[in-house]
Write a protein that binds this ligand. Structure first.
Ligand SMILES: [Zn+2]
Length: 148
C-alpha cells in the first residue's frame, strides 16, 4: 500500500491511498483521482512516500494543516489497519528518540532505515523545516494491541 501526496491544478494538496504504484498510475491515467476540494482530476503526484521516514526514499514533508484523505474503491478502515500493520512490521520503534534518530538518519550519522516513534507536532514541524521527511500518523501505530 502506498500513500501519495497529491496536488491538483488549483494547488490543493491532499492524500491518496493506493494499492500499488501501478494502481495509482492506472487511476491517474483514467482520471479516477479527483481533488476533494474542487473535484479537479488534473492531479499530480508530489515526491512522496509512506508516512514514515524511509531514509532513501523521497518523501514529502507533511503540511502542518491536516488535509482530507482522498480514497477511491477501497475500504479506508481496512486499508488503514493494513497500513499501520505494515508500518509496525517495517519500521523500528525508536520511541521518544524519534526526532533525534530521524536527524541522524538524514545527516547520515546512523544506519539508513525506516523508523517510527513519538514526536510532538512542534518537533515534526522542525524536522520538516530542516528538510527531513517525516509524517505525523493519524493514529497511534505504537500500540499494535489497539488494532483489533
Ligand atoms: Zn483542488
Amino acid at each position: 500500500m502506498i500513500v501519495y501526496n497529491l496536488t491538483c491544478d488549483q494547488s490543493h494538496s491532499f492524500e491518496g491511498w493506493f494499492a500499488s504504484a501501478a494502481n495509482f498510475d492506472k487511476q491517474l491515467t483514467n482520471r479516477q483521482i479527483s481533488c476533494p476540494n474542487c473535484g479537479s482530476t488534473d492531479v499530480t503526484k508530489q515526491l512522496s512516500a509512506p508516512y514514515v521516514n524511509t531514509g532513501s526514499t523521497h518523501t514529502s514533508p507533511i503540511a502542518t494543516k491536516q488535509t482530507e484523505t482522498a480514497l477511491a474503491g477501497l475500504n479506508p478502515q481496512h486499508l488503514q489497519s493494513k497500513f499501520i500493520e505494515y508500518i509496525i512490521q517495517n519500521t523500528e520503534d525508536v520511541g521518544a528518540k524519534f526526532p533525534e534518530e530521524a536527524r541522524k538518519i538524514y545527516y547520515g550519522e546512523t544506519d539508513n532505515r525506516s523508523i517510527r516513534g513519538e514526536a510532538s507536532g512542534e518537533a515534526i514541524k522542525e524536522l520538516q523545516e530542516e528538510g527531513i521527511d517525516v509524517y505525523g500518523l493519524p493514529v497511534d501505530p505504537l500500540t499494535p494491541d489497539k488494532l483489533n
